[in-house]
Design a protein around this ligand. Structure first.
Ligand code: GAR
Length: 216
């Protein structure tokens, strides 16, 4: 019986290492989810190969084939909804999603961002953290809302920034934390332990601490 497993669909654009961490956690029964599909907007995404090799339905939906963002979002919604997921997981999905898409999945759409939000939304976060002389950097899992990278924070993990860190070195350490916190957040959602009150995420009805920051 698999009816106690929550169905999820994961959206990727490339390597898919966060998707792999979630698939692995599900395979090892650490989180009660069933990954029903993986979808990439880039047909060459390496993550699609991994998904297929692991028996997961994997789709490429090339955004270049669509005339508008709305048309792409609509087809993406149709494809996702064929799989009836209770949660849609953005895992390195590098397309901005429109208002209608975000509304359609409100409360069941989450993202991982490679920075300690609200610091460094957007792109090139590791380079920017180093350039700004940040002492700490990290990753954030959050609910997706209309504005990019600002939704209610579920969990964060921090790493120290060394004086001589390159962006690649820092990215590698942050990615290790991403692989730890993203399956955890998906598991909390699947276990129905998350709620959002006044824009803040509660876990088991409690706020873990001010920023939801879990020190590593
Ligand atoms: C991850 O570092 C993720 O946080 C980031 O892209 C990388 C994808 O790696 N996401 C964003 O920048 C979203 N704005 P992965 O494909 O190996 O999971």
């Amino acid at each position: 019986m698999t009816n106690d497993l929550m169905g999820i669909v994961i959206l990727i654009s490339g390597r898919g290492s966060n998707m792999q961490a979630i698939v692995e956690a599900a395979k090892q029964k650490k989180i009660p989810v069933s990954v029903r599909a993986v979808i990439s907007n880039d047909p060459n995404a390496a993550g699609l190969v991994y998904a297929r090799e692991n028996g997961i339905e994997a789709y490429a939906l090339d955004h270049h084939q669509f005339d508008s963002r709305e048309a792409f979002d609509l087809e993406l919604t149709r494809l996702i909804d064929q799989h009836h997921p209770e949660l849609v997981v953005l895992a390195g999905f590098m397309r901005i999603l429109g208002k209608d898409f975000v509304d359609h999945y409100a409360g069941r759409l989450i993202n991982i961002h490679p920075a300690l939000l609200p610091a460094f939304p957007g792109l090139n976060t590791h380079e920017r953290a180093i350039a700004a002389g940040a002492a700490r950097h990290g990753a954030t899992v959050h609910f997706v809302t209309h504005d990019v990278d600002v939704g209610p924070i579920i969990i964060q993990a921090a790493v120290n920034v060394a004086g001589d860190d390159t962006a690649d070195q820092l990215a590698k350490r942050v990615l290790e934390q991403e692989h730890r916190i993203y399956p955890k957040a998906v598991g909390w959602f699947a276990e129905n332990r998350l709620s959002v009150v006044d824009g803040k995420v509660l876990i088991d009805g409690r706020q873990v601490d001010e920023q939801g920051l879990e020190n590593s």
